[in-house]
Design a protein around this ligand. Structure first.
Ligand SMILES: [Cu+2]
Length: 71
């Protein structure tokens, strides 16, 4: 069963930003899928089990952006 969690990421402006964020989040343990909506900044993370929100925040930071509403 797949769980999805949505985050709002600040600072993405183009397709390159989207792929950077997608790439970094994909590397987080347990993540099975990442979907980014550039217009809204919404990032949906799919996983088979619970994923450490702090790890997602760190991955986004690694890409050069910021999670504004961890949920
Ligand atoms: Cu960009």
């Amino acid at each position: 069963m797949t769980t999805t969690t949505t985050y709002t990421v600040k600072g993405m402006t183009c397709g390159h930003c989207v792929s950077s964020v997608t790439e970094e989040i994909t590397e987080v343990a347990g993540v099975t899928g990442v979907e980014v909506d550039l217009a809204t900044g919404l990032v949906t993370v799919g996983s088979d089990g619970p994923v450490d929100a702090a790890a997602i925040t760190a991955a986004v930071k690694e890409a050069g952006y910021e999670v504004v509403t961890p949920s």
